[in-house]
Write a protein that binds this ligand. Sequence first.
Ligand code: NDP
Length: 474
Amino acid sequence: MKHYKTYIGGEWVETGQTINVIDKYTGETIGVVPRASEKDVDKAIAAAQEAFEEMKSMPAYKRSEILEKAANLIKERSEEIATMICREAGKAWKYSIGEVNRGYETFKFASEEAKRIHGETVPMDASMGGVGRVGYYIRVPMGVIGGITPFNFPLNLVAHKVAPAIASGNTVVLKPASTTPITALILAEILEEAGLPKGAFNVVIGPGGEIGEVIVKDYRVRKITFTGSAKVGDRITRLAGIKRVTLELGNNSATIIEKDADMDKAIPRCVDSAFANSGQVCISLQRIYVHKDIADEFTEKFAKATENLKVGNPVERDTDLGPMIDENEAKRAEEWIKEAINQGAQLVTGGTREGRVLKPTVLRNTTKDMRVMCMEVFAPIVSIVEYNTLEEAIQHVNDSDYGLQAGIYTNDIRKIHYAIDNLDVGGVMINDTSIFRVDHMPYGGNKMSGIGREGVRFAIEEMTNIKMVMINLN
Ligand code: NDP
């Protein structure tokens, strides 16, 4: 067990109080990290504000170099970081190493994007009042950015806040989830070694309702970038005051399986999409709408593939899914399954729990008002629902408070375009499920799934202000 220090103002510091971080499978304490007080948050914000003077004038090539070096250091330390994600988040090895590879790419994309942040010229003489004037705009960094991140991607969701912020010359105060803070401290070591100026990246660890809110309310913080639940996102919008807020929130993601779908491709992909990281992914597949003519065959094959998954210790290389983040969450999910069954759902497979580990669970005959359908389940639970027409399936998908991503399996070009035009989501995945994401694409949701977009270039747009320049030649 290691005692960690946290990183504030370019120094490794203790705070007097601590938080124990446990291995989510074994329950063993794997690290002790400093718990920040309001005073520590204040120091971190002051340090970030001071460092902004240096960051805002750092040339693009230099910012790019630091990010590239950080990307390479992530790659060098990939085994160590993946093992930490396995243990502190309970994420199976294959997904943990996958997350590290994506974290590497996110930094790499940011190092490239740092070199192409620019505005455009404005044809001033399009207005009678603009004749004889030259106009253009540039993009400038905002200042201190407050990043607040969830437990389920301790590296890559932190990377999605930190890398674009550095690329665009901002500074960051990060509050990672208290259950998974060690990966963020490893990232701080990497950024220090990569040559990031002191104070440009700071980590404060502690309960969101306490120190998260201190960051959100502080007037020196110019922007909040948050990934987490809709409930907390809603609270942040109310507390933030006049500052920009980007929210990446939840979903009860759906995928449609049309009659002509390639089942051999769709079924394994849907199984993976429902149960990766024990269903604790914002775009986890939760609702599968299957055309009635193929629903029995689909369900049978899907259940068989689900029963073949290896459930166990995430550090073992062949484990498919490990524990949930805590026992209360696993109990909550088990209760939702029981409630659905009492309301008439059929349990196809799974449904049992041991401590934090919930067996991958498949339900059928679920209806839209059941909690496993209409709320974000964030657990290894998926519902298979039959439909008659594509129009009806799309209405079901849209009948949700959320709108992050959705998928559809079909090769019919008319149906593909109908789905693209009518699904009310931030991303439509054709011949794939809701879970598809690579880190340079625009990513984010409609309705309660959030405000704004991430994906390095798009996050940079949200982390910069437009500055208009006019030169009067008259
Ligand atoms: P939470 O919303 O509970 O927590 C997210 C972060 O916010 C944590 O760091 C937490 O701190 C902090 N926090 C909690 N309360 C407050 C508050 N009042 N003010 C400021 N910060 C606060 O989410 P989870 O960690 O449980 O993550 C799961 C959620 O994240 C799901 O809803 C999921 O869909 C969503 N998510 C969305 C993604 C997207 O890109 N759209 C991607 C991944 C997840 P602490 O926990 O330390 O108290």
